[in-house]
Design a protein around this ligand. Sequence first.
Ligand SMILES: C[S@@+](CC[C@H](N)C(=O)[O-])C[C@H]1O[C@@H](n2cnc3c(N)ncnc32)[C@H](O)[C@@H]1O
Length: 460
Amino acid sequence: MALSCNLNRYLLLMAQEHLEFRLPEIKSLLLLFGGQFTSNQESYGKSPFWILSIPSEDIARNLMKRTVCAKSIFELWGHGKSTEELYSSLKNYPVEKMVPFVHPDSTYKIKIHTFNKTLTQEEKVKRIDALEFLPFEGKVNLKKPQHTFSILEDYGLDPNCIPEKPHNIYFGRWIADGQRELIQSYSVKKRHFIGNTSMDAGLSFIMANHGQVKENDVVFDPFVGTGGLLIASAHFGAYVCGTDIDYNTVHGLGKATRKNQKWRGPDENIRANLRQYGLEKYYLDVLVSDASKPSWRKGTYFDAIITDPPYGIRESTRRTGSQKEIPKGIEKCPESHVPVSLSYHLSDMFFDLLNFAAETLMLGGRLVYWLPVYTPEYTEEMVPRHPCLRLISNCEQKLSNHTSRRLITMEKVKTFEDRDQYSHLPSDHFLAYQGHNSFREKYFSGVTKRIAREEKSSQE
Ligand SMILES: C[S@@+](CC[C@H](N)C(=O)[O-])C[C@H]1O[C@@H](n2cnc3c(N)ncnc32)[C@H](O)[C@@H]1O
């Protein structure tokens, strides 16, 4: 109770993209900055308007220095389901909280933001004029005001059914914008070194936020590829390192991914990518190594492990092995000590990844990774578990009608002991886990196309 008395109300204007990823991002960041996600709002669903209660403007500003899911934050002065309700709520807002922003020496401007409707200039001016009861004593300055206020009108989510009047109206003092511009400035299109599976910039930042990456952290990606995920973590001030089984990728050699270029040029590598963004000082190293056989000494090294394991669609899921492991029926060469390449089942890969995270993460550190799923068969039971890792969030991104990938975030809550290694396997849960192995098969077998055809014909 005492806590809620000290909370101020803020309005977050959310971007209408990656909807499922938004709440875990905001929750993770608030926790990182000493706040907590507190709200009386029942459901966030798909709405771009979220009311939050947080203890200080500093926390709100810190949140906006990190979020890519939110566009802006406002100190909420009033809110209603009609103009009358809004005005009465504004009249109840304590004047002493308004004074620092409305005194005679201040300059200000009022903006209108509508969602799912466009207003004429005349309608906008009318709405601003109607606020004359507010105690603004400063001068209007449209170009460089000290304070910016906004009226935000919410006309719902259905573009085919736009109501005459808004469902909700808000008035607030603008505090800060989020980091949406990072999506452009770090776009893969303009990046020096890329590959077929380079992670999209926006999602990379969302992953780093779900992972609560912060300054001076050490972040590791065991399936580093072209290092897209390292870049986002380094941008937030973390030191980064990674491994990949592919020699060419780690050394920036081999065929180029860009259409008009045949081979990778000199200096096309992860270090150069970080240099491109002025982040080279955060580069620790990248090594050629097989994630199924991590070469780390026992210990806790990482504050976060953020990764996108291969699904076997655009890159192979291989691991190294010995001659002894070659399946029956395939020719062996017993005297050879050269490692062979074996297929790496997705279930083994996630099993290894969780164990590795449980062993090498600091307590409280986070593992963030993508889990590919065949949606008709997906159940929550399929999400890999570990006794040392608590599930924080599980968000879906659709890839096709029947396949998606889920962004899984887990937090290390218990020190790893040797007996923890297999304790999550001998259960029914393991069977569900095995289902991941058929992902590639289903993706390529035409099952998805056949189901789509069947569904279509059953609707005709
Ligand atoms: C989806 S990609 C990662 C892309 C990366 N996030 C980026 O932005 O470029 C998966 C990577 O895992 C690597 N990989 C596959 N099997 C591996 C293994 N057993 N150990 C380590 N890396 C592996 C592949 O070479 C590929 O580069």
